[in-house]
Each structure stands twice: as structure tokens, then as C-alpha cells.
Design a binder for this molecule. Structure first.
Ligand code: ZN
Length: 321
């Protein structure tokens, strides 16, 4: 049994989640509070500090037990500064780690949720023990991370690897990042919804409109229509899946991974997305990886952020944990 422990903070959703996680992946003292992002960065970080102190006290942790934080980015893990986050309004160049460590007795480190996810999968999840890994988090947007020979590849300032924003099409549609033709603009939740809503304005979109009722035509609606054999829905998911396959082909060419792990809510589409992705992949990879590349789904589910934050703390603070 691995008795080393860290504290993990997941800042990913509308809640702040904190837990104590052991080297074996046992989760204890799991706690959450509403983020209240509208109150601004200082109030949110103070809330995190209070929660960390409470959990540390409950668990009886010494002050050398480190804290890992998984946060939406872009952020600089070297300096602990969050440059900007789409889901937390008013966050601009916030010295997150500096503020947090002034409120707690523990060392702390921060990384973006995609990179944390890659570390979490490699330490606790589907890619446990895998040294060469590409992790793709398919959600409303697309994040992820890359581990090569056991080392997280995140560049000079830790701003890599924005795997959702590699270019799939030179003349593609506009992405949330300002670029055009990114993977995210093809295969994310918002892109699938955009394509489905466009079709829903035509007679081909009868079933999509019917299933959505008064609601949005989100990826789950598209999946339901596709399962009923709706050609328009199948077409939307086929296009998204082929874009995903093309991106995976590029990752194969660049990183020669043993495994690509697919996580995030859109991964629930399963083979509706992954079948076209799998069949497109060899077309877009220089080396035929069939037979030597594993495609796996994340096994960490809703706890990806917590496990990722814990894996980050173990990685950064190592044996001090
Ligand atoms: Zn983009």
C-alpha cells in the first residue's frame, strides 16, 4: 500500500472540489462547495484556501503534504499565474499559487486541466503505467495533454499542449481560440451542436428538431438521433469523428504514442464518434499504427480533475508527498 498522500483541488466546473488522494488512488475527505465565480478571483481562491485548510485538519495532514490544483487555462504552471479562463469571468493574469499559498500551510502547484488529465490517466487511469500517451478531453471544448517517455510535454511556459487547437482544415470555421479549422471547431460539443443546429433549419433536421423539443440540439440529442438511424445526425458525427481521426493521425506522427485516451462528456458518444475516427486514423498517419496503438476511454469519469490534480502534486513534489 502506498501511504503517501496529497490534496487535490479541481476547479473545473461550477463547484470547487477538494479531496485527499493516496499514491494508490484512494480518495478520502471528498468535499465540494459552489465556486461562485461571479465574485471574482480573490473570493474564489480564498474559498479554495478555506476548503483546503478544513480538509487538511479533518484528515490530520502535516504541513508538508502538497496541494495540486487542476484549473482551466491558459495558465503558466511555472509561475502559478492563471492568464485567463473562459468559465471564470474576470480572471486575468491572476497569481493563483502566490495567493493560495499565503492562505494555507501547504506547498501548492497548478496546471491546466488537460495536462492534469494526462498525468491522472497515466498514474491512476486507463493508461496506468503507460509511458507514451496522448490524452484528449472531448467536452464543450477540447483539451488534453501529452506524455512522452513518462514526461509531460508542456513547453517553455507550460502553455502546451493545446491538442484541441491543432489545425485540421486551413479554410475551416472559426474556433473559440480565434484561429480557424481547429480540431475543437470540428469535434467538440459546441461544434457538433453548431452543425446539428444548421441542419435543423432544413427538412433533413426533422428528427433532430423533434428530439430537442424546445431545448438545444446538443451532442446528446445528435447521438440519440444517430442511434435511430437519422442520416443527418450520422453525417454530423461522421464528420466530427473523421476530424478526430485526422488529429489522432497527426499525434501518432508527432509522438509515436502507445495509447490515446479519450475522456470528457463527448466521449459518451462512443462508437458513433470513434468508429469514423478509427477508420480515418490510418489515412492521416505516416506510419500504420494499427495493432500497436491502443485507443481507450478514460476510466476516471467525474473524478478526472481530482485524480489529475493529485497526479500533478505527486509529479511536482515527488517523494515529499
Ligand atoms: Zn482553436
Amino acid at each position: 500500500m502506498d501511504e503517501k498522500q496529497v490534496m487535490a483541488v479541481d476547479l473545473g466546473g461550477t463547484n470547487i472540489r477538494v479531496a485527499v488522494i493516496s499514491g494508490d488512488g484512494d480518495i478520502a475527505h471528498r468535499t465540494r462547495v459552489a465556486t461562485h465565480a461571479e465574485e471574482g478571483p480573490k473570493a474564489v481562491i480564498e474559498r479554495i484556501g478555506t476548503l483546503v485548510n478544513r480538509v487538511a485538519k479533518m484528515a490530520g495532514l502535516d504541513s508538508d503534504v502538497p496541494v495540486g490544483v487542476a484549473s482551466p487555462g491558459p495558465l503558466n504552471p511555472r509561475t502559478g499565474v492563471v492568464h485567463y479562463t473562459p468559465n471564470l469571468p474576470g480572471w486575468r493574469d491572476v497569481p493563483f499559487v502566490e495567493i493560495l499559498t499565503s492562505l494555507i500551510d501547504h506547498p501548492a502547484t497548478l496546471a491546466n486541466d488537460g495536462n492534469c488529465g494526462a498525468l491522472g490517466e497515466a498514474r491512476f487511469g486507463s493508461a496506468k503505467g503507460v509511458q507514451n500517451l496522448v490524452y484528449l478531453a472531448l467536452g464543450t471544448g477540447i483539451g488534453g495533454g501529452i506524455i512522452s517517455e513518462g514526461v509531460l510535454i508542456d513547453g517553455k511556459n507550460g502553455l502546451g499542449a493545446e491538442v484541441g487547437h491543432i489545425t485540421i482544415a486551413l479554410d475551416g470555421s472559426r474556433c473559440t481560440c480565434g484561429s480557424v479549422g481547429c480540431l475543437e471547431s470540428f469535434a467538440s460539443g459546441w461544434a457538433i451542436q453548431r452543425d446539428a443546429e444548421a441542419i435543423a433549419t432544413t427538412e433533413d433536421g426533422d428528427l433532430l428538431r423533434e428530439l430537442a423539443g424546445d431545448g438545444e440540439i446538443h451532442a446528446g440529442i445528435v447521438a440519440e438521433a444517430a442511434r435511430q438511424g437519422d442520416p443527418a445526425a450520422c453525417q454530423v458525427l461522421d464528420r466530427a469523428g473523421r476530424a478526430l481521426g485526422a488529429a489522432m493521425g497527426s499525434f501518432v506522427n508527432l509522438f509515436d504514442p502507445e495509447m490515446i485516451v479519450i475522456g470528457g462528456g463527448v466521449a459518451a458518444l462512443g462508437d458513433l464518434l470513434m468508429a469514423p475516427a478509427r477508420s480515418a486514423l490510418p489515412t492521416h498517419s505516416f506510419v500504420d499504427m494499427r495493432g500497436s496503438l491502443d485507443l481507450a476511454y478514460s476510466s476516471l469519469g467525474d473524478d478526472t480533475g481530482l485524480y489529475g490534480a493529485a497526479a500533478l502534486a505527486f509529479t511536482v513534489f515527488g517523494e515529499r508527498a
